[in-house]
Design a protein around this ligand. Sequence first.
Ligand code: ZN
Length: 422
Amino acid sequence: MFLKKYLSGDKAESVDERFLKLSHRIPIIDTHNDFPYLLRVQLHNKVNELDFNSHLTSNTDLPKLKEGHVGVQFFSVYIECKDGGDFLYTDFNQINSAVRDTLEQIDVTKRLVAKHFKDMKFVNSSKEAMETYQNEKKIAITLGVEGLHQCDLSLAVVRIYYELGVRYITLTHNCDNPFAMAASSIPYREKDFGLTEYGVECVHEMNRLGMMVDLSHVSYQTMLDVLNVTEAPVIFSHSSVYKLTPHERNVRDDVLLKLKENGGVIQINFCPAFITSGDVDEEGNSIATISDAINHVSYVIDLIGWDHVGFGSDFDGIPGTPRGLEDVSKYPDLVKSIWSKYDATEEQIAKLMGLNTLRVWSECERISEVKKGHKCIEAQWSDRLWEFPTWAKTAMPEIYPGSKQIYDKSTKWIDGDDLIKK
Ligand SMILES: [Zn+2]
């Protein structure tokens, strides 16, 4: 049902013609593009004078997105782990600016979209994304947050990000957090501790909100734990296949088989280090080519079928790109190559291009709708430090008799009785 209304076709045409026709109805969806991070690092988010509708030297600009038939773009609003480069940092109460910085990335992305409103539109639902592409002929833009460190311990921040238009959160980046263990920590820890109790609460809250759970960057055990507890399909927003390239950022076969059961999707990452050995030629250029990306897509198709694979390029977040797949304009070459390789049906190609992602997104929305009216989850990280000046206890009214005593012992009161709030 989900597919039929979008499809029609004639098998006698060439792959080029069939792709052109299909791409008018079906958007290519990419779930991970880091262009907003370049805006932060290089322009300090001053984009008023940037013409995104011109030929830029980054992997991404508007002319290239149009040439690539990209119809729905998830921009990553990534902020680094505040760990000073130590993957094993554990001081999660450390004060940091991750939430402020993430808000700035959301702001700059929305401003960029608004500035180019004739070509792009910020969307809030899977339905709106499809309508924007098909009816308004614009590129639908939405957001992903790349790590729960960007929520600074708090489910309240997860909820507010959803209100601001974020539609997936990666559970970790390259650092552990109170919710889950990261893939990057595996070599440094004795044990892969996976998803924590608080992480389970977070997954349930994301399910309630309709926020897609992203398992790229998480440890192997975290992947398994999440697949056991999630009530909604999950995504790997930008990961490739472990069997072909044994890197902890990639996904093992047993997880792919569970992903199929879960109804989720893996979006293949084009980063040379995740699709080849990562070797470079004599000039220091990556030896990866578009064929390597095709091999990773094919592996997933052969193992778990056409319903669970798509694209999550990591463009503008990686130091090199494969030959033949240098930027966002090259998706048609990728799609057409896979089409020819398999002599695939239009329905299969439409799923790969974007319908798989839309299916997962809309299923998360449906589950959220079913949970409408459920109370939000008020769980908090058990080691969170609650710290207030003593006057806030002694001088302020009680909400009700005894309310001051509830968390008295687990609160750190800082002397300052003389600083009575006026
Ligand atoms: Zn990443």
